[in-house]
Structures are given as C-alpha cells and as structure tokens.
Design a protein around this ligand. Structure first.
Ligand code: GRG
Length: 302
C-alpha cells in the first residue's frame, strides 16, 4: 500500500474528500422525507457543521489503498459511519453522560435543542447509519453479501463489543483502579473499535482478501488507541477554542485517562509508537496518503 504524496496533494485530497463527505451527508439528511423540521435542523446542526471527518477519511483512503474501485459505495459507507460517530458525540455530551455543553466549537445539541430533541437526534443518527448501509444495494450495484459484511462489522463496533461497553466503563472510570491495562480496555472499546470498523469497512468495499482485512483491522485498533491517547493529551494541553469542547474536563471529572496513569510525555511517545505499528501493519510508506493521515494524528500534538 503506497503512493508518493506531497503536502499540497495531501491537503488538496483531504479538502476534496471532506467536501464530498459533506455533500453526501447533506443529501442523506435531505432524503429523510418524513423528518419534522425540528429533527432535520438538529441533524443538520450536529452532522454538517464541524468535525474532522477522520473516520470517513480513513474508510475512503483504505478503500483506495487496497485498490478498490467502488468509491461511490465507499462514500455512502463512510458517511453512514460518520452518522454513527456523530450520534455517539451527541449522546456522550448529554447531562446524564459526560454533561458537556460545547462540541465542535459550538453549543452541544442538548444545549441548542433541549435534551429530548438531542436524544432523538442521536437515535436518528444511529438508525440512519444502518439505513444507509442496508439500502446500499438500492443505490449501487452491490451484492447482499457485502452489505451484510458491512452491517456485521459496524454493528459489532457500535454495540456491547465497542462503544456501549467503552462508554459504560468510562462512566465509572473514576472508581476503577488506575492502570495502563484498564485504560487500554476502555480506549479499545469506546474509540478504537469504531475507527477500526471504519477502516475495515473501506477494505470490505475495496474487496480486500481476508488476510489483508485482518491487517487493516489490527491497524485500526492501533490507530484508534493512539487517537484516544492524543485526545486525552489535548484535553490537558489545549485551550477550549482550539479544542472545540470544554478543556480539562477529564481531570475535573476524575476520569481515568492515559496521561493520568503514565504522564504526558510517555503518553505522546506511546501514541507515536502505536501509529508507527499501525503503519507497519499496513505496510504504508512515510509518504503514502494513508500513513500521512495517521501521522496527522500525532502531529496534532505539536
Ligand atoms: C448509548 C446513551 C448512549 C450513549 C452512547 C457510545 C457513546 C454514547 C459514546 C461513545 C464514546 C465516545 C464519545 C468516545 C470518544 C471518542 C472520541 C475521541 C471522539 C472525538 O472524535 P473526533 O475528535 O470528533 O474525531 P470530531 O468532532 O472531529 O468528529
């Protein structure tokens, strides 16, 4: 998996793919013909305004890296995963969860629309993910087998095998005995599972063989762990404007984080090491776009 890429090409590709993701997400919301104006506004607010689009980019770039030829199918798949990710942020911010009133540089959904509407918008986004995946065959020439594979991988990351267990452990993490192992379990479930699923989904749509898929899945877990460590470090080191959410919240809430267990500098080193191992799994050269996207994770720290 490799191809040379200059900084300019890299940025242009990211910008162009982000525009495509945005346009497709807007189309997905517009197609919700029965949505009330309130729900449509909440969907547009949460999904279309902000977000780095890291998961859909990984999905698309893995598809390209394995030599896939179904970009439009992959764009729908990537957008479905972004819907699911956005649901998790909307529900994570609720007063009964992390109680955060800022997200993506603006008031959280429940602050802007009220709690009930935020719960509904999150539910709608979660459902939308599976609707978009289940109806891939209506819009593209894809077989049921591919659709079922995608549904398996994404639901596996969304349910008790991933986000739900990660979040439920995170909620009680101030009462867990601090250790690197415990933090890693939480990170694998609440963050790495979905990032890995996004990458594996790109490999599935790109028709990678089982061996290749396994490497992609492993790389996804490593990148996902690095991503959450970086997120934890940024929570300590960055101001609210740059972060787009309330800084220092993990410490205030007594959350178990990587920096709280091993310290800031070892956390940074660990994130860089995990990204290096992920690139090794993929066989990605320094200059290849997928490797550069992973590096972007760690360079967010400088
Ligand atoms: C089931 C009620 C209910 C809630 C579930 C599943 C869940 C809530 C929360 C998932 C846990 C979670 C939010 C983990 C954090 C992962 C993470 C680092 C999110 C931030 O991702 P970025 O930085 O965000 O990619 P942007 O805004 O750029 O998309």
């Amino acid at each position: 998996m490799s191809s040379e890429v200059s900084d300019r090409n890299f940025q242009e590709t990211i910008d162009s793919d982000r525009r495509q993701i945005h346009t497709r997400l807007a189309g997905i919301i517009d197609a919700q013909s029965h949505a009330t104006d309130d729900i449509r506004e909440a969907l547009r607010y949460t999904l279309l305004d902000g977000g780095k689009r890291f998961r859909p980019l990984l999905c698309l770039w893995v598809h390209d890296a394995v030599g896939g030829s179904r970009r439009p199918v992959c764009l729908d798949t990537a957008c479905a995963i972004e819907c699911l990710h956005t649901y998790s942020l909307v529900h994570d911010d609720l007063p009964c969860m992390d109680d955060d009133d800022q997200r993506r540089g603006k008031p959280s959904a429940h602050v802007r629309f009220g709690e009930a509407m935020a719960v509904l918008a999150g539910d709608a986004l979660l459902t939308l993910c599976f609707e978009v995946l289940a109806t891939l065959g209506d819009r593209h020439r894809v077989g049921d087998r591919l659709v079922v594979e995608l549904l398996k991988v994404v639901s596996g990351a969304a349910g008790t095998g991933g986000l739900i267990t990660g979040q439920s452990l995170d909620l009680v993490s101030d009462r867990l005995t601090p250790s690197e192992e415990v933090v890693e379990v939480i990170h694998r479930r609440k963050t790495a599972a979905l990032i890995s699923a996004a990458m594996e989904a790109g490999a599935i749509v790109g028709e990678a063989d089982e061996g290749h898929r396994l490497h992609v899945r492993r790389a996804g877990i490593l990148v996902g762990q690095a991503f959450q460590i970086v997120d934890d470090v940024l929570d300590v080191e960055t101001d609210g404007d740059t972060l787009g959410k309330t800084p220092g919240k993990d410490v205030k809430d007594g959350k178990l984080t990587y920096p709280s267990v091993v310290g800031i500098e070892p956390s940074k080193r660990r994130a860089a090491e995990l990204v290096g191992r992920a690139k090794g799994e993929l066989g990605t050269d320094e200059g290849a776009p997928l490797g550069a996207l992973m590096d972007m994770l760690v360079t967010r720290l400088h």
